[in-house]
Design a protein around this ligand. Structure first.
Ligand SMILES: Nc1ncnc2c1ncn2[C@@H]1O[C@H](COP(=O)(O)OP(=O)(O)OP(=O)(O)O)[C@@H](O)[C@H]1O
Ligand SMILES: [Mg+2]
Length: 223
């Protein structure tokens, strides 16, 4: 099982939207995905409540339960765990980063968002985990995009090559518990999420998997 944490100290940057859409993309790719909702606002869980399909599974949990429940998910055959972290909560961000194989940091292309992203990057320096900043709510064009990309480069952070546009399909889909690619399969939002999912899979392939070895050993010692 691979673990992706979606972390940003800034609120409303698209963390939950990406967590749910990536989980749906993984399921469409034949994987079993689960979302661990660490946010007391429980947005991912509300999304699941309005969703007709039972998958991907969403568990609203306190961060103190994360390790145990990730382990249980791995043992039950989950392929991809997505951790949806809340804003303004350093301790929870640390806990999420600690368990992650890869960290996605959604950021809007705007000055105040870049400043907030700097704080998130500082937190993440405590862990030498692969990570990438993904730009969300991107306008069609404008110097904000190139300025933000430049700032990310200056900070030494990795920029995800996929930009997520400011698209109504994301919020419309959520009203009925869908992901944007389910709401409008041929739309731009769907294209972006599928590209982001493929990018993430490539990053995860590089990750050496110690947990799986441990789980396999534990299973072998039980039999
Ligand atoms: N790329 C996008 N384009 C347009 N609207 C979006 C996009 N991404 C998310 N939204 C909408 O913006 C709002 C905030 O998104 P979301 O809840 O995913 O952010 P968040 O970072 O998880 O927020 P919080 O920090 O409160 O947990 C939601 O209404 C969502 O539908
Ligand atoms: Mg959220």
């Amino acid at each position: 099982m691979k673990i992706v944490a979606i972390i940003s100290q800034k609120g409303g940057v698209g963390k939950t939207t990406l967590a749910t859409a990536i989980a749906v993309a993984a399921e469409a790719d034949g994987k079993q995905a689960a979302i661990f909702d660490l946010d007391p606002q429980a947005s991912a869980s509300f999304w699941h409540d309005t969703r007709e399909a039972p998958t991907p599974a969403v568990a609203a949990i306190p961060s103190s339960r994360l390790q145990h429940l990730l382990q249980a998910a791995e043992e039950s055959g989950c392929d991809l765990a997505l951790i949806d972290a809340p804003p303004f909560a350093k301790d929870i961000a640390f806990e999420a980063a600690h368990h992650a194989d890869f960290i996605l940091i959604p950021t809007r292309p705007a000055v105040l968002d870049v400043m907030a992203m700097t704080k998130t990057l500082d937190l993440m320096k405590h862990y030498s985990k692969p990570s990438a900043v993904v730009l969300t709510f991107c306008p069609h064009a404008g110097r904000e995009l190139s300025d933000t990309e430049h700032a990310i480069g200056e900070l030494g952070a990795t920029l995800c090559p996929v930009r997520i546009g400011n698209r109504i399909a994301f919020s419309r889909a959520q009203q009925t518990g869908l992901a944007a690619q389910e709401y409008e399969p041929d739309g731009k939002a769907a294209e972006e999420i599928n590209s982001l999912y493929r990018y993430m899979c490539i990053q995860l392939k590089e990750v050496k998997h110690e947990r799986t070895e441990k789980t396999t050993k534990r299973a072998a010692s039980r039999s």
